[in-house]
Design a protein around this ligand. Structure first.
Ligand code: NAD
Length: 378
């Protein structure tokens, strides 16, 4: 029977790719499941919990060398790949566009690599989209982090000790994380405004009870598949001014603006930070791709002129139980595309299988990656 392996993440990552409830489903689908000792510990799933759902536990090397399919959240090391059997299928957020080395290691060992963050963003793929589920967690946690760092309340209070005005919250980027941040900030009683270059999100923003900040003249291309595109310089300047005017009135700013494959746009300059209220908090969810605030430092908290700028780029790891639960469900839904009745059947006619696969049979499957790597070699 094919073995599905679940690896422990490296130090500092609390999530696990599949909780015991997913193990149970894989066993029901006719597979053996082997979990690395302690893999779920930081997500509050013990080895005993996995065993009670039909899995075996083993050390890392045994999982790597025996599994036919290996699940992980973050990418693999060269050493881990070198221990896999030829032909093994691996699934993780491999980030091959930022880490081309991984592609060579996979090719070298004849590993079929699925890079979960590259799944096409179609309606059928929604239940398999790890970027969306983890962005939901990040958007929620960003607001809680801001609230606990803010020297004032989020909600309005009318008390015998006087009236408290509600926190003003500005959300930049109303994608999956931004929309979740709006909902969470509203639930906490904040007064919320949001800005995005895609005018299509205006109604969604308003339906969540936030005001949509508009800057006219944004390029919003249908060909970008719902994603944002790089904007013209004139628009960027207009946008900076509008954001500046709203930022200086805000107590909290959550920034989530990203452009796939590019550095994140700078939306908050150091001049804007200098003009913000003392005690304000910025949580920058784009920190790992350069940040939306000019002063953001990835995985650090910077204080500038009394404004706290939090650049924690792995917030999903701080909600490890539910983030793992959602990640595992996404992975299970994806696995169902090619795991059936105890057999592995990769069907490259399926756009989701093909669109997520980066290497197979010692060849690069993803066309954009092929172009990037052949360009690098020239
Ligand atoms: P993302 O993380 O790539 O970007 C976050 C947001 O930042 C986006 O809304 C983007 O428009 C915005 N942004 C980029 N540059 C900006 C700028 N200069 N100023 C202000 N905002 C800026 O986006 P995402 O959350 O991953 O989602 C992007 C799109 O994909 C959305 O339309 C979403 O609904 C869609 N989506 C579809 C599926 C699916 O169908 N399977 C799944 C997830 C998301």
């Amino acid at each position: 029977m094919p073995i599905i392996g679940i690896l422990k993440e490296s130090e500092g990552e609390n999530r696990v790719a599949a909780l015991p409830e997913i193990t149970a489903q894989l066993v029901k689908m006719g597979f053996d499941v082997m979990v690395e000792n302690g893999a779920g510990e930081s997500a509050f799933a013990s080895d005993e919990d996995y065993k009670s759902q039909g899995a075996k536990t083993a050390d890392k090397d045994a999982v790597l060398s025996s599994s036919d399919v290996v699940l992980k959240i973050n990418s693999f090391t060269k050493d881990q790949i070198s221990k896999l059997k030829s032909g093994t299928v691996v699934l993780a957020i491999l980030q091959p566009f930022f880490n081309t080395e991984i592609v060579y290691h996979l090719l070298d060992r004849n590993i079929t690599g699925f890079s979960l963050e590259t799944i096409p963003r179609t309606t059928r793929a929604q239940s398999m989209d790890v970027l969306s589920s983890q962005a939901t967690v990040a958007g929620y946690k960003a607001v809680l982090l801001a609230a606990s760092n803010l020297p004032k309340f989020f909600p309005m209070f009318m008390t015998a000790a006087g009236s408290i005005t509600p926190a003003k919250v500005l959300i930049l980027g109303a994608g999956v994380a931004g929309l979740q941040a709006i909902s969470t900030a509203r639930r906490l009683g904040g007064v919320v405004e949001a800005f995005d270059t895609r005018s299509a999100v205006k109604e969604e923003v308003q339906s969540l009870g936030a005001k949509f900040v508009e800057v006219e003249g944004a390029k919003d291309e249908a060909s970008a598949g719902g994603y944002a595109v790089e904007q013209a310089e004139e628009f960027k300047q207009k946008q900076r001014q509008v954001i500046h005017d709203h930022a200086v009135k805000s107590n909290v700013i959550i920034t989530t603006a990203q452009i796939p494959g590019r550095k994140a746009p700078v939306l908050i300059t150091k001049e804007t930070v200098a003009a913000m209220k003392n005690g304000s908090v910025i949580v920058d969810l784009a920190a790992s791709t350069g940040g939306n605030c000019e002063l953001t430092k990835n995985n650090e908290t910077v204080i500038s002129g009394g404004v706290k700028i939090i650049g924690n780029s792995n917030l999903p790891s701080t909600v490890p139980f539910d983030a793992s639960k959602m990640f595992g469900k996404n992975v299970l839904n994806f696995l169902k595309l090619f795991l059936n009745e105890g057999k592995i059947n990769l069907n490259f006619e399926d756009d989701l299988v093909k669109g997520t696969c980066i290497t197979h049979n010692k060849e690069i499957v993803n066309q954009k990656l092929k172009e990037l790597i052949s360009g690098n070699q020239k």
